[in-house]
Design a protein around this ligand. Sequence first.
Ligand SMILES: Cc1ncc(COP(=O)(O)O)c(C=O)c1O
Length: 441
Amino acid sequence: MNKSKSLIERRHAVVARGVGQFAGDTTADSALRGRVTDVDGQEWIDLAGGIGVNNVGHCHPTVVKAIQEQAAKLLHSCIHVATYEPYVALCEKLVELVPHGDATKVMLTNTGAESVENAIKIARQATGRSAVIGFSEAFHGRTLLCMTLTSKVFYKLNCGPFAPEIYRLPYPNRFRYGQGLDENTFVQRELERLEQAFVNLVPATEVAAILIEPVQGEGGFVVAPKEYMRGLRRMCDQHGIVLICDEVQSGFARTGSWGAFEHSGITPDLSTWAKSLGGGLPIGCVLGKAEIMDKALPGTLGGTFSGNPVACAAALATLSVMESEKLLERGRVVGDRIRAAFLALQAKCDLLADVRGLGGMIAAEFCHDGDPSRPAGEVVLRALATARGQGVLAIPAGPTSSIIRILSPLTITDADLDRALEILSESILQAAADAAQSSNA
Ligand SMILES: Cc1ncc(COP(=O)(O)O)c(C=O)c1O
């Protein structure tokens, strides 16, 4: 038996099966830049990036060095016990890179879900209100509140009862919900839907926050139209609602900017981040307007490990790599290559109904007859398995796994990226042909 098989067997024996797995029976032993090597020594080109974590690439030497140096100096002290420099320095850097108005403050977390939970706690304390409006096809994490806010039913089976005071509207996804409307008309309709929600769903005076991913991650890289984001901003201002942008998947160079919200020219009141911030170590944050952040009472935010010194050092090094290696620009270049490959595939594959995304966050949605209510998830899953067999690691997205999302390290070489996209395209064509053949049989 090869080592991968044996490791997977050991996993099945002791790891709870609820800890799901996207990429079949893949293992990982080491990784560098844009490649992962499994326990048998087989190498993959990585188009999954640890689900959007490895924006600077695997084991970036600058990040590894910063981790080693910090680990030898101060592993842990807890920010509630003693103040240490890396925590403060990271907050200073984040405020400099992603200001939220004139005065910005930060709290550090360990994960994306923790960032979202805390942003909602802050919004509730700031407004004295309890309701939160979220969106269909959203994903915000697996804690109970975040799971409540998450749309994908498959991720929350039998986990209720869920948190109260969560309301959901359709995400402004024109491909899925647009019924042929042009973008302006669609945006107007969706903003009117929100106004109506204050009459028929929950009064605006009870809404603490509207929580939106400017580009949906798990939902399949759907980009909220700029005018919708601007309309949301206006409505939140009008009704005293805190606008929270969840940048956990879209943040830190992925869309060619620090945050995806920057593309629509708005500033949220609060934003949530994690994933690629630590370059591979677990760290996240809530960033926000100081006057809102400071409405949270002392003692209501934090945690034993949040903003651990080693994770802070990793994050500082990660951000410096993003700046010195110009990864924001690189995000756009990577995105252009992915988009071009998917558009070329679309000309040959009837099932490829939509190519979309922002910067380096590009996805392709597969469905029958261009109808998103008839998803082709089985073709996507088969294609991804074929691609894995040929050394390409990629993951699906969407409620029915009918979307392929590319989250490669932004430091991937052009040659690796092109080769991986070629293999993926061939795998999709093969899977589509197989599906057509078996439906004709
Ligand atoms: C947009 C978004 N928010 C929150 C989360 C939850 O992050 P974590 O898995 O670190 O808790 C994710 C994870 O994929 C995400 O994509």
